[in-house]
Ligand binder design. Sequence first.
Ligand code: G3P
Length: 233
Amino acid sequence: MKLFLDTADINEIRTVARWGVLDGVTTNPTLFARTSGMTYDEVLAEICTITSGPVSAEVIAEDVDGMLKEGRHFARIADNIVVKVPMSETGLEAISRFAADGIRTNCTLIFSANQGLLAAKAGASLLSPFVGRLDDINEDGMIVIRELADIIRFHEYDSEVLAASVRHPRHVTDAALAGAHVATLPYKVFQQMVHHPLTDKGIAQFRKDWEAAREALAAKRPSGSAKKGRAKS
Ligand code: G3P
């Protein structure tokens, strides 16, 4: 399963890339609005120097010509740009036109398996159901992931299901088990996945026991020999 970072924050992207677990990045206007000092183009160009995985850049236009203009502009920034297009009638038309031009797309704001099926038929590379926002309105976002992943596999579409609007680590596990090809996570969820109270407690205990052992050894042996003992072990 691929894991993308859902952010436009360069420092967060650099950090997760250093961990060796970053497969791509998704951005949107809301995430861009949280950054400062750079244009959207500059942010996208910088992100594409950090990861060679897909980097989603979202169009703002709601008409086909506008979407095509913005998307083609984004696609010129770097080879790994994927144009993010909202699910709509004009969005589907734009997705099919981009597909004909060989430009990859991520169909965003998907809330049903049927919307995902339409986006797959139009030629979207990535299909993004918003799990958290469905959960927010008392629906089960994971059902859409499971249904859409089954449809894509059963009918052998080239598209990949990307679990978006991920709010916590359990969403990641459930999306993986439901067959999502990708999940895009906020930086905080990546951090939450790294940590477990027993892991953190275990690290602290090992450190404490190590220090105690060294002190006990230093008390028994002449100065310097405790260090030597560690090198041998
Ligand atoms: O990937 C889409 C994501 O940015 C939306 O997340 O938490 O605003 O629903 P959220």
